[in-house]
Design a binder for this molecule. Structure first.
Ligand code: AR6
Length: 172
């Protein structure tokens, strides 16, 4: 299944480059310093232009498990939520990944934004296993969408076919 209705919202899976999506928000797999490096952050930096990093510099940083919002610069998405996932090995990884996802969803309601696309946070440079990531991100998202929210759509955008299949299995 590539789509699941939860409450008044829908969870949807797509494969591809998250920076091509025209959702209200795309999520950056960020670090606590909010310095855009490689992976998703690198693609956002390249397509979104320097404004996003400048806004991140003004914010200065956040905690692991935290999330902050900037504009989307030249991206199709109007905003970027920078969600800080854990590096594997640092401890309390599952809770931190859950919080990074949850804090992003809370920002959506705070700013009254309706559509969001997440990458598989922490599963690239930060080394987190994709199956654990799928379980945690999908579980907390389902839980959140069952409560009071004005979010309409949550997309998980997976880079590879195999990552997509792991998320698809978890969603079922
Ligand atoms: N669209 C969708 N998914 C992507 C894209 C893309 N364009 N590019 C990579 N992925 P990563 P992390 C997948 O490394 O592990 C940076 O230096 C990728 O295959 O972007 O949280 C930051 O500045 C993987 O499954 O994020 C931080 O310092 C997933 O996105 C650090 O990396 C996340 O990979 C964050 O590391």
């Amino acid at each position: 299944m590539k789509e699941l209705k939860v409450g008044n919202s829908v969870i949807s899976l797509v494969q591809g480059d998250i920076t091509e999506l025209d959702t209200d928000v795309i999520v950056n797999a960020a670090n606590a310093q909010l310095i855009l490096g490689g992976g998703v952050a690198g693609a956002i930096k390249k397509k979104g232009g320097p404004k996003i990093q400048q806004e991140c510099n003004k914010i200065g940083g956040t905690f692991v498990g935290g999330a902050v919002i900037t504009t989307g610069g030249n991206l199709k998405a109007k905003h970027v939520i920078h969600a800080v996932g854990p590096r594997i090995g640092e401890g309390d990884e599952d809770l931190k990944l859950k919080n990074a996802t949850l804090n992003s969803l809370k920002l959506m309601d705070e700013y009254q934004l309706k559509t969001i696309a997440f990458p598989a946070i922490s599963t690239g440079i930060f080394g987190y296993p994709i199956d654990r990531c799928a379980k945690i991100m999908i579980t907390i998202t389902k839980e959140y969408l069952q409560g009071k929210t004005q979010i309409r759509k949550v997309i998980f955008c997976l880079f590879t076919t195999s990552d997509f299949e792991v998320f698809e299995k978890e969603l079922n």
